[in-house]
Write a protein that binds this ligand. Structure first.
Ligand code: C2E
Ligand code: MG
Ligand code: MG
Length: 660
């Protein structure tokens, strides 16, 4: 899976609930803060209103004192009484001199003012009561409320208006709003007005505060319920997404992403477990016969059976196509093999009328930190190695991985290798049995890799045969051989037929014979000097195409030989049906030293049979004099093998073939 896809799925699945909840809480906090601020404004408005009205009346009193203090005491008394009546918040009024001596009292109780310096205790007390704001010098007294600082400041500067006791007492008199003392200077020298304001809480104010509080608490509760519901819905939705992301659309069970996530957690806790990839073979075939819907139903049923056969600590998922993944706990490999076999047996019962075939790749979990994706790939790789001989359960091993890495490397390099002429033609001479003279040759490819050095065909031909690159390589070899033959012909040399190998992959194209003809004709090489070696396995693919191609090649004048004759199963059949020119006896005939007389008997009879059919015989892989003598005795025509020569680079072959 690409990292982008991985990231997308992770994001989808793990959209964490916490940030979302925090976000909601943050929005709520904002709403609450706003409501609080609003309440505060209402509150403040009411209090400010009190203070302003008191202040206005207080200024009128000061004005009265200014005009009536000296000559109209009776008028002053009346005006003050009126002002007190008008404004019930104004409780007591004292006219005092600058030394705080009371000159006239309109108060309800006898009182005296004395100088009090603020020590720290008094300051703290006042601060606790909300009476003092800001830093004060020790010799200052400040009584300040709310925003009317400017007015109150004049009191502060005077310093000496109330005793500590009076302040503290007056505070305890009221429930919410303490008494406020305000001192105004008058226009008359040494005469000041000191007014005691009191702001009692009225029933109306109580109600307002109560209603605001109830509304506020109500708003918070409603918002909280609404938000909790939102969070709940979000969690449910997230769970649904998680389920969807981890559900396989074909079987309705777990999918690969879920398997990877969950398995990574399981292997951290379990001691011995293995990842198994289980494949229903020939699924496509099943779909072709019974339809895709039936195929999917089958997969669903198989998933159900698999889910039933694992424990709660184990895991199952559908990967893709007809592949399933299992995580199984086990004690030893024999026990696990038995268990997988039992599971497979169980699966085959899912369809009574149809024959179901399964194979499994097993990869042991070696460490708790293993990457599940890698383990699945390894198990998949093991499956691809299953064959009739290895059985249907294959355990992954490191050699498989190395093989795969090698294959990757070869596939990455092959195209450039062809362009850079890293593939070289080696020629292995074929000697006449009678004269023991070089009479033909086979072109064999060698890869001179810039980094790996000399690479044997056995290490890359099977890979090319699988990926189809062999077609390009064979064309290249045929071209190179044609060029060589053309060169030697132009130099007046006596040519010998050179055979090139034609892989079975070529037989997918209908005009193979024409194609070969075109390449050879480009260099004007007489066709009898080019021989084409086909392998018997090509015979299994499409008999008709092979037959037509062989006939066509022969009609163009090319020689056609059957390579590795005797290595396959239907040799005699192919002999009967294909009009071949040459048969190359497989080297294996001469390797079986266990029962030499028996082997010799078969070789002898095969040679005589081929002769009767008018074919030439070449024996491959001949390494000893005895073998040469035996083949000469049996009238075999040509011998190819290390006894005479290994495959040679072109220059060495030239020397051997054309230097006397
Ligand atoms: P092949 O076509 O049957 O070639 C004969 C193989 O036997 C060659 O192996 C050759 O080196 C080896 N050989 C010959 N004499 C002896 C001997 O006395 N003793 C032993 N032990 N081996 C001997 P090589 O070159 O490794 O090629 C292996 C196979 O690779 C070839 O088998 C052929 O099937 C394939 N191959 C090689 N070159 C090409 C090519 O250009 N195209 C295709 N399609 N296949 C090729
Ligand atoms: Mg060959
Ligand atoms: Mg051969």
């Amino acid at each position: 899976m690409s990292w982008k896809k991985d990231l997308k799925i992770k994001r989808l699945r793990s959209r964490s609930i916490l940030p979302r909840v925090l976000g909601i809480c943050f929005v709520d906090a904002l709403v609450i803060a706003f409501v609080l601020f609003f309440c505060y404004l209402i509150f403040l408005g009411q209090i400010t209103n009190y203070l302003f009205s008191s202040h206005k009346d207080s200024l009128e009193i000061v004005q009265s004192v200014n005009t009536s203090w000296q000559n109209n005491t009776a008028g002053l008394n009346k005006e003050i009484a009126d002002a007190k009546k008008r404004n019930t918040n104004i409780q007591d009024i004292y006219i005092i001199d600058d030394d705080l001596q009371i000159l006239n009292s309109f108060g309800s109780e006898p009182i005296s003012f004395e100088t009090v310096f603020m020590d720290e205790d008094v300051q703290e007390d006042l601060a606790e009561q909300g009476m003092v704001r800001g830093e004060l010098d020790v010799d200052e007294i400040a009584l300040s409320f709310f925003n009317l600082k400017g007015k109150i400041k004049s009191v502060i500067n005077l310093n000496k208006i109330v005793s500590e006791k009076q302040v503290i007492d007056s505070l305890s008199e009221e429930i919410l709003f303490p008494t406020q003392w305000v001192l105004y200077k008058t226009a008359i020298n040494n005469v000041n007005v000191c007014i005691k304001n009191c702001y009692p809480i009225t029933a109306y104010s109580y109600n307002v505060v109560l209603v605001i509080c109830i509304c506020f608490i109500g708003a918070v509760i409603i918002t909280a319920i609404y938000e909790l519901r939102k969070i709940g819905l979000y969690i449910i939705e997230q769970k649904k997404i998680n389920k969807l992301v981890s559900t396989d659309t074909v079987t309705g069970g777990n999918n690969k992403e879920y398997f990877i996530q969950k398995a990574a957690k399981i292997i951290k806790w379990q001691r011995k477990c293995a990842i198994i990839q289980l494949r229903l073979e020939k699924y496509r075939n099943f779909c072709s016969a019974y339809g895709v819907k039936s195929g999917e139903n089958l997969l669903e049923d198989l998933y159900g059976k698999l889910a039933d056969s694992v424990t709660r600590k184990e895991l199952v998922a559908h990967l893709e196509k007809a592949d399933f993944a299992l995580l199984l706990l086990y004690k030893n490999s024999a026990e696990l093999n038995d268990r997988i076999n039992a599971i497979i047996r169980e699966l085959t019962t899912v369809r009574k009328l149809q024959h179901l075939l399964f194979s499994a790749g097993v990869c042991d979990v070696a460490s708790k930190t293993d990457d599940i994706n890698d383990l699945l790939t390894a198990a998949g790789l093991a499956i691809s190695k299953s064959s009739d001989s290895s059985g249907n359960i294959v355990w992954f091993n490191e050699a498989m991985k190395e093989e795969q890495i090698w294959e990757r490397r070869i596939e990455d390099d092959m195209e450039n290798a062809l362009l850079n002429h890293e593939f070289q033609v080696y020629l292995q001479p074929k000697y006449s049995t009678k004269s023991e003279k070089l009479s033909a040759a086979e072109a064999l490819v060698r890869w001179i890799h810039p980094k790996l050095g000399f690479v044997n065909p056995g290490k890359f031909i099977p890979i090319f045969e699988q990926n189809g690159f062999i077609i390009q390589l064979d064309d290249y070899m045929l071209t190179e051989v044609s060029k060589l033959q053309a060169k030697w012909l132009s130099e007046g040399k006596q040519l010998v037929p050179i055979s090139v190998n034609v892989s079975r992959a070529h037989f997918t194209c209908d005009d193979l014979a024409e194609h070969i003809c075109r390449i050879v004709d480009r260099y004007r090489v007489p066709h009898q000097y080019i021989e084409l070696e086909l392998t018997e396995s090509a015979f299994f693919d499409d008999k008709d195409v092979l037959l037509t191609t062989v006939k066509q090649l022969k009609s163009f004048g090319f020689k056609v030989s059957m390579d590795d004759f005797g290595a396959g199963y239907s040799s005699l059949n192919s002999l009967k049906e294909l009009p071949l020119d040459i048969i190359k006896l497989d080297a294996e005939f001469f390797r079986s030293v266990d029962d030499l007389p028996r082997s010799n008997l078969i070789v002898g009879d095969t040679i005589s049979l081929a002769k009767k059919l008018g074919m030439q015989i070449v024996a491959e892989g001949i390494e000893t004099r005895e073998q040469v003598d035996f083949l000469a005795q049996q009238k075999c025509d040509l011998i190819q093998g290390f006894y005479f020569s290994k495959p040679l680079p072109v220059s060495e072959f030239e020397q051997r073939a054309y230097t006397k």
